[in-house]
Unconditional design. Structure first.
Lengths: 290, 179
């Protein structure tokens, strides 16, 4: 047959099939990271870090000049907040001591005591992927530093993503805005409200058009209100409790009318610009007893 | 040539995020930088098709591995296919500057939508195509076309020099333009 005598056509068709098959096979979470992948990841991450960090400092310098005028106002507000902070710290110390004493009285095990303590490991961003559909950035901490897949990553403002792949000296972080209820791989985050700790919901999607996270599965009688701060509830066992996610912007009936849906404005900047340092959050118990 | 493409590829993810705006006038923009891909397209159209496909494969695969989020191979597939098709279409013809730049812009658009289509196919993203066009594909296209037109003359000059250098060695199957 004429069609099959064409070697080039056959080759291109076969490579097409192989590539599509590769995508199908690698879709989802593969268990282990192979060593060639690790090597490439680490080598390139090191080079990218060499460029990304100085570029960030230079960009930061120009940003600082622009910010000078705003600093005075900011300083005034900060001083006011500081006085509140001192008052709150005193109260917190008292409460913490009491909590400690009560736990002692109730014979909490060492694991239970450590399980609500979080360890924040600072990591520097070395590269950012700008692709709209694949929001991944790389950090300079890896397996050697005790990083494991699925650890939450936060900025100073709030939750920004989770570790998705780990190699020796670097790892990939998938951003929170990649969460998608139609995808087979993405997982919801069980959340609650800081002001109303009884409320329950699941963050399952991100609306790219508005830039808000969608919180669903809220009961109709749930006390959640607009303006509440949304934090992780720790019920999902992946994210520890108390990581700030954002604030409620609106709440309305869901598409079936059975549960309510709320829009959450993320606390962390989701635009991926100017990312410098992030924190990998780990349970104190997991760090102590790997 | 490989060195230039590799350096551009590294700059894409490390230097460019600091230079690009993420929103203009309150509208969120997702500009993706494809400078290495632009060079690959230049090579494919003006220099050597096989070299271009090889580079597209290497750089695409590199990108896939480095930013492994969901699937492996989306960039490899889209880059290779776009480079292959565009260099096949334009082989054996003398390519003028407007055909060259036009086909590069078309390739970038097609490439963006191939990646987007693959992610939609695997249900990783659920953004509407029109939103993607306005917020991601169009700004990306504009930025990369600025880059492509800026480097047009230097690239053509360097390619002409390379051709002069390579041509005497393989006079039989090497045609001027695109083999």
């Amino acid at each position: 047959m004429k069609l099959f005598s064409n070697k080039r056509l056959i080759i291109s068709l076969i490579s097409l099939i192989i590539l599509i098959a590769l995508m199908g096979v690698t879709l989802g979470n593969r268990g282990t990271v192979t060593w060639p992948e690790k090597m490439v990841q680490d080598t390139v991450a090191w080079v990218q870090g060499l460029i990304y960090k100085p570029a960030g400092y230079i960009a930061g310098f120009f940003e600082d000049i622009g910010n000078l005028s705003r600093l005075y106002e900011e300083n005034k507000t900060l001083k006011r907040t500081l006085s509140h902070y001192a008052r709150d710290t005193a109260r917190l110390n008292v409460l913490m001591a009491e909590n400690e004493r009560l736990k002692e009285a109730l014979r909490f095990t060492e694991r239970q005591k450590l399980s609500d303590k979080l360890v924040y490991q600072i990591a520097r961003v070395v590269a950012v992927n700008q692709d709209t559909s694949n929001n991944v950035f790389k950090i300079d901490l890896g397996e050697r530093d005790g990083i494991k897949p699925d650890l939450p990553v936060v900025t100073t403002d709030g939750l920004i993503g989770r570790v998705i792949r780990v190699s020796e000296f670097s790892s990939n972080v998938l951003m929170l805005k990649d969460i998608n209820d139609q995808s087979l791989n993405s997982r919801g985050i069980s959340v609650t409200s800081l002001e109303h700790p009884d409320s329950f919901g699941v963050i399952e999607a991100y609306d790219h058009e508005t830039g808000y996270l969608i919180m669903s599965k809220i009961k109709q009688e749930d006390p959640l209100q607009v303006g509440d701060t949304i934090v992780t509830s720790g019920l999902g066992e992946v994210y520890p409790a108390g990581l700030i996610i954002g604030t409620v912007v609106s709440r309305q009936e869901g598409s079936f009318g059975i549960t309510h849906v709320a829009e959450i404005k993320p606390a962390a900047d989701m635009s991926m610009s100017g990312l410098r340092e992030v924190f990998v959050v780990q349970n104190a118990w997991d760090v102590a007893e790997p | 040539m490989w060195l230039v493409v590799c350096i551009l590829f590294l700059l894409e993810s490390s230097l460019m995020p600091w230079l690009l705006p993420t929103s203009v006038g309150g509208m969120q923009l997702n500009i993706t930088v494809h400078f290495a891909f632009v060079i690959i397209l230049y090579v494919g159209i003006y220099l050597n098709r096989r070299l271009a496909i090889g580079m597209a494969f290497a750089i695409g695969f590199m990108h896939d591995i480095l930013f492994y989020g969901h699937v492996l191979g989306a960039y490899t597939f889209s880059m290779c296919l776009t480079t292959y098709v565009i260099s096949m279409l334009l082989r054996d013809t003398h390519v003028s500057w407007y055909t060259g730049l036009g086909s590069i812009s078309l390739s970038i658009l097609v490439f963006d939508y191939l990646v987007f289509g693959l992610y939609t196919l695997f249900q990783i993203t659920s953004v509407s195509p029109w939103w993607y066009f306005v917020h991601a594909a169009l700004p990306t296209l504009i930025l990369n076309m600025i880059f492509a037109s800026a480097i047009y003359y230097p690239v053509i000059n360097i390619f002409a020099r390379i051709e002069k250098f390579v041509a005497p060695e393989e006079p039989d199957d090497y045609k001027v333009g695109n083999p």
